[in-house]
Design a protein around this ligand. Structure first.
Ligand code: PLP
Length: 389
């Protein structure tokens, strides 16, 4: 087991997570609540450990994408409020109620079926109404001609039996993109959102306890959008330009060790397809890290890993379980040497840019066979390997 764990692993710095949480809290001020987005296994960081740290640090809410993700947290001792952002089938409503899980309500049909089910099982389902203000994904459409119809639909939902409309939210499409046009688009989404809320609350004669819309970009740049609660994901994990603006720390690093070192003459083809051919005598290291661990194959022959002697080029096609690197001028890097794939010395943002993607996708791609080592004060406090053993 220990040997498996030292093949390729991810280090999750819980101190950095706590630091980021506190920095964001200081940024939003005391009047605003904090929802931590921990969907997709907390962006690959491990949702149970991340949620535990947030719970003990005093966060107010968590969000996940599905009931399975919510139940994983409940079965592991997470008692704080959890919002499901995505769809839950109606036959699971009793489970939501029993486990005190809050459900997003995204349209009239769902409001009706959730209400019916809640009444049938004699409970009350806590809901947050989702408004589509321009993301064009989930939520009541309220744009333009749809405004009156949207408001009416929401009003119907909040008055249905068996439902407790605790909150209302929307999601920004371009709050993290630069430029004036994007700023205008976000302004428009925000104005539409607050207009909808006002119209509903006036007619309802009640107020939503939690109005929220600020994702990472809006949390950092748009204090006017904070309302009752912010809802960042990526920011919490310390990646991207907005994290840098607040001086946050990256939470995850992925590391591996050199498994084999060999010397090849000039003219040798390395890996599948032979897209890399040595030009001179080359000292090649094999790393037990491939696309099944989350090393996007699109990075083949284009990435550099970090060694104790600096950056080393990755050579040829990335395989499922392995890849090769050039150690020709790095004689002290040998079998067993530790290699940083991304982390403190090799920012994940660079890896994402080289692959033509975003840091979100890189951290979510770190696969379940990569064990997570949770660190506090430089010590490993917990290890987790999500294989069926
Ligand atoms: C994923 C998600 C977030 C968090 O987005 P970040 O860009 O990571 O801050 C917030 N709200 C909703 C509805 C989401 O789906």
């Amino acid at each position: 087991m220990e040997s498996t764990l030292k093949r390729t692993w991810a280090e999750i710095n819980l101190d950095a997570l706590k630091y980021n949480y506190e920095k964001i809290r200081a940024h939003i001020g005391p009047g605003v609540k904090f929802l931590g987005v921990v969907k997709a296994d907390a962006y690959g960081h491990g949702s149970v450990q991340v949620a535990r740290k947030l719970q003990e640090s005093g966060a107010d809410y968590l969000a996940v994408s599905s009931i399975d993700e919510a139940m994983e947290l409940r079965s592991n001792g997470i008692t704080m409020p959890i919002l499901i952002l995505g769809h839950t089938p109606k036959d699971q409503v009793d489970k939501l109620i029993k486990n005190n899980i809050t459900q997003a309500v995204t349209c009239e049909a769902k409001a009706l079926e959730y209400s019916e089910e809640a009444v049938r099982c004699g409970g009350t389902l806590k809901i947050h109404i989702k408004v589509d203000t321009g993301m064009s994904r989930l939520g009541y459409i309220c744009e333009g001609d749809y405004f009156g119809h949207g408001v009416e639909g929401i009003l119907n939902a909040v008055n249905l039996p068996g439902l407790d409309a605790e909150g209302i939210f929307t999601h920004f499409a371009v709050a993290d993109e630069p430029g004036d046009e994007n700023k205008k688009y976000t302004d428009h989404q925000f104005k539409l959102f607050t207009d909808v809320i006002k119209s509903v609350e006036d007619k309802w004669q009640k107020k939503f306890k939690l109005k929220h819309c600020a994702n990472t970009g809006a949390t950092v740049l748009r204090p006017e959008t904070h309302l009752d609660m912010v809802r960042p994901g990526l920011l919490l994990y310390g990646y991207g330009e907005f994290a840098r603006m607040l001086g946050l720390k990256p939470v995850m690093s992925v590391k591996t060790t050199v498994s084999t070192v060999k010397i090849y003459p000039a003219g040798t083809k390395i890996s599948y397809g032979g897209i890399f051919v040595t030009e001179k005598k080359t000292r090649v290291g094999v790393l037990p890290y491939g696309y099944a661990d989350g090393f996007l194959r699109a990075l083949s022959n284009r990435y550099e890993v970090y060694t104790e002697e600096g950056f080393a080029k990755q050579l040829g096609k990335i395989c499922m379980d392995m890849c090769m690197i050039d150690l020709t001028d790095k004689m002290s890097v040998d079998v067993g040497s530790e290699i940083e794939i991304f982390g403190e010395n090799n920012p994940v943002e660079k890896m994402a840019e080289t692959a033509g993607t975003i840091p979100y996708e890189i951290v979510c791609a770190v696969s379940k066979r990569v064990p997570r080592f949770y660190k506090e004060n430089g010590e490993t406090v917990f290890k987790e390997l999500l294989l069926r053993m």
